[in-house]
Design a protein. Structure first.
Length: 219
């Protein structure tokens, strides 16, 4: 039996800085429709599924579109986003992430992915870390988006761990809420003021030291 807890990583904004590319792609779409979205508004889109992000953005711009146009906007935003992240490789891991993943692997501490993104697998492949996750749960595997805890509960199953034995690393308000609702330990990566509901906070992974990980994974 494993005597450590498990870790569930969010992807965008935690392992890799794709958040800025989501923003640029949504912003371009909004601009094409005749309005703009701010960085503050973008905070509310982090961790939020593609469908819900578009609904939210169209609401901000007071735009109504047909179902067909909605699908078209989602797919052109995604194409634009994929073009922006096409050349990602190991060098795009956010600072400090590799050190933590290496430590977890060395100590046999299991970890999984719990991401809202439907593009998670190709991104992990590009980063060359796909094989290191015990389980990968992404936007293709869930029916309910964050802040619903479904993605993290399935990720806990892939780890064979009870929710209270899982620690979630998240950069979004919706994701921290999902982790808390799942009964997991939540760690906010990013602005402490924004992620104030998290159990622990760090600005980024360079601040997360090995002693902290050692302590928090202990059962
Ligand atoms: P996609 P995460 C989330 O990923 C992003 O934070 C969010 O901005 C994005 O809209 C969502 O994935 C869906 O992404 O369009 O690639 O399916 O942070 O949960 O890893
Ligand atoms: Mg995220």
């Amino acid at each position: 039996m494993n005597n450590t807890k498990g870790i569930i990583f969010d992807l965008d904004g935690v392992i890799v800085d794709t958040a800025k590319f989501h923003y640029l792609a949504w912003r371009k779409m909004a601009n094409d429709l005749g309005f703009d979205i701010t960085l503050e508004q973008n905070e509310q889109l982090k961790g939020v599924s593609r469908v819900h992000s578009l609904q939210q953005i169209l609401g901000w711009g007071n735009k109504t579109v047909t179902e067909e146009e909605f699908e078209q906007l989602m797919s052109s935003k995604n194409e634009d986003y994929l073009a922006k992240i096409a050349h990602m490789d190991e060098g795009d891991l956010l600072p400090g992430v590799k050190k933590v993943l290496d430590y977890l692997t060395e100590k046999n501490i299991p970890f999984a992915l719990g991401s809202a993104s439907k593009n998670a697998r190709p991104i992990l492949k590009g980063l060359k870390i796909e094989h290191r996750f015990e389980g990968i749960v992404d936007g293709n595997d869930v029916t309910k988006a964050k802040p619903n805890p479904e993605v993290f509960l399935i990720a806990a199953e892939t780890l064979g761990m009870a929710p209270e034995d899982c620690i979630v690393m998240e950069d979004s308000v919706a994701g921290v809420e999902a982790a808390n609702l799942a009964g997991m330990i939540s760690i906010g990566i990013g602005d402490k003021e924004i992620l104030k509901e998290a159990d622990h906070n760090f600005s980024d992974f360079t601040e997360v030291d090995i002693e902290f990980i050692e302590k928090i994974v202990r059962k």
